[in-house]
Design a protein around this ligand. Structure first.
Ligand code: ADQ
Length: 462
């Protein structure tokens, strides 16, 4: 079997406390790579002056070799905070209004991708398979090809691919789109994303679509398919079952004092629809005064990308909003929203999911959303909670028996909260079973095997 080289912006080296990083990419890939072994290269998270970039830091943990590179302060500003997080992220999440395009950032993005290629080159063996991850590294294969690399290279996009009118509004869309054609296998979260991508190619007159999944451009062919990412379903079930009886579990139950727990778990990001969700919860409480004092929303939201101005502004907005709702509706012995800005360990998270009667997963756009899947896997079969899910999350394409909502419709979401909290046991069980079947049929190992199977079999069509 060929050695696997994974490249992603950040490399999640487990810390000594075993705290799970708050990114779906990290959580999903680590378990997949553990099973196979290989090399994982990415940014160390450290930045330094231009003349201080040292050699790669090499580490080994279990079956995985990690290769970490520092970046310069300018690199981080232009490539990471700039083009990746202030252009590609908002555009792919349909937020043209938040995209801050600049030539300097765009040049930095391509320069850092060239730099990643130069760090990889000395490590490459003839038969290595490459799996490049996410929007930070779109041009990496084109850079490697320019250096003569002929190996099979796959790419998986964890975030949505937007409709052509949105994508083509980005000033450098041609370079980004044509960079992707240097891969052999392109993976998207959903069929919808793949079709958006194909529509962009067609609008630009880039290549020919040979059939549903195959495209030809010049002397090259490539495939583009949906590979919906999964979770470690069985492990999550066990984690959640074990959580009952732990101290945290007891403390939480005591503090709820019979109230129904509603849970929201998201990185603090404008794509996650947190403000709309709090509005919907407030509307639900106002329209259903009998429910006041009977439920509590626990919103667990670790801060992310705080150096990007839109995120900093959002941190303030959500904190103010939760404070306002608590001030207006709370009583001396009831706080409607418990809002915390920290990461929890996975067992604790699994236990809280299991305790909750309802999860609010209401992104305005999301590639997949692993929280929705984790919540379902954590439920008690005898008395499962309800998943309320945005139809704009990739997960909605698989979890069709969730209560699907349009998160922009605050009143509709408030009504769906009311319906979910009174849903009969039989209906909850039926919905849960069907969602659980989907999670068992496509877990993170299946996702990984399917992608790597396609990549390792891929032959260029002559
Ligand atoms: P994210 O945008 O980070 O991932 P998501 O898929 O929900 O979103 O993954 C979040 C992960 O972080 C989950 O495993 C969750 O348990 C964990 N997490 C979140 N908050 C946490 C907390 N407070 N404490 C501990 N863990 C926490 C990107 C895309 C998604 C896509 C994933 C995977 O934006 O659409 O699903 O990659 O492809």
């Amino acid at each position: 079997m060929s050695r696997l080289i994974v490249v992603s912006n950040r490399v999640p080296i487990p810390d000594k406390t075993g705290t799970a990083p708050a990114g779906g990419l990290a959580v999903a890939l680590q378990s997949a790579l553990e099973a196979r072994g290989g090399l994982w290269l990415g940014w160390s998270g450290q930045s330094c002056a231009e003349d201080r970039i040292g050699p790669l830091q090499m580490l080994r943990d279990g079956n995985i070799d990690y290769a970490l590179t520092d970046l310069t302060e300018r690199d981080v500003e232009e490539y990471y905070q700039g083009f990746a997080n202030r252009v590609l992220w908002p555009i792919c999440h349909y937020r043209l209004d938040l995209a801050e395009y600049g030539r300097r950032e765009m040049a930095g993005y391509f320069r850092v991708n060239r730099f990643f290629a130069s760090r990889l080159l000395p490590l490459i063996g003839e038969n290595d398979l490459f799996w490049i991850h996410d929007y930070h590294l779109i041009p990496l294969a084109a850079e490697l090809r320019r250096q003569g690399v002929k190996n099979r290279i796959g790419f998986f996009l964890h975030i949505p691919w937007p409709a052509p009118d949105v994508f083509l509004a980005m000033p450098v869309h041609e370079e980004i789109l044509s960079s992707l054609t240097a891969y052999d296998v392109l993976g998207f979260q959903t069929e919808h994303d793949r079709e958006n991508f194909a529509a962009c190619l067609a609008r630009q007159g880039l290549g020919n679509r040979l059939d549903k999944a195959h495209f030809a451009l010049g002397s090259r062919t490539f495939t583009a398919r949906p590979y919906p990412i999964g979770i470690e379903t069985n492990e999550f079930v066990t984690l959640a079952q074990r959580a009952a009886g732990t101290t945290l579990h007891k403390r939480m139950l005591d503090s709820l004092d019979g109230k129904g727990l509603i849970i929201g778990v998201d990185r603090l990001d404008y794509s996650k629809g947190i403000t709309q969700r709090i509005d919907a919860f407030e509307t639900f409480l106002k329209r259903n005064p009998d429910s006041q004092r009977k439920v509590a929303l626990l919103q667990i939201t670790p801060k992310s990308r705080s150096e990007v101005p839109e995120y900093e502004a959002m941190q303030r907005a959500v904190a103010e909003q939760a404070g306002r709702v608590n001030g207006a509706l709370g009583t001396v012995d009831w706080v409607p929203i418990r809002y915390i800005n920290r990461s929890l360990r996975r067992p604790a998270l699994a236990g809280l999911y299991r305790m909750a009667k309802l999860a609010l997963v209401t992104p305005l756009r999301d590639g997949m959303n692993l929280v929705a899947k984790e919540f379902v896997a954590a439920q008690n079969e005898a008395d499962p909670g309800v998943l309320l899910l945005s139809r704009f999350a990739g997960a909605a394409h698989e979890l069709k028996d969730a209560v699907l909502v349009n998160p922009y419709d605050v009143e509709g979401t408030a009504d769906a909260i009311a319906r979910s909290l009174t849903m009969p046991l039989e209906e909850r069980r039926d919905r849960w079973k069907s969602m659980m079947n989907a999670l068992r049929a496509n877990d993170v190992f299946t996702w990984c095997d399917t992608f790597l199977g396609d990549l390792s079999r891929y032959e260029q069509v002559e």
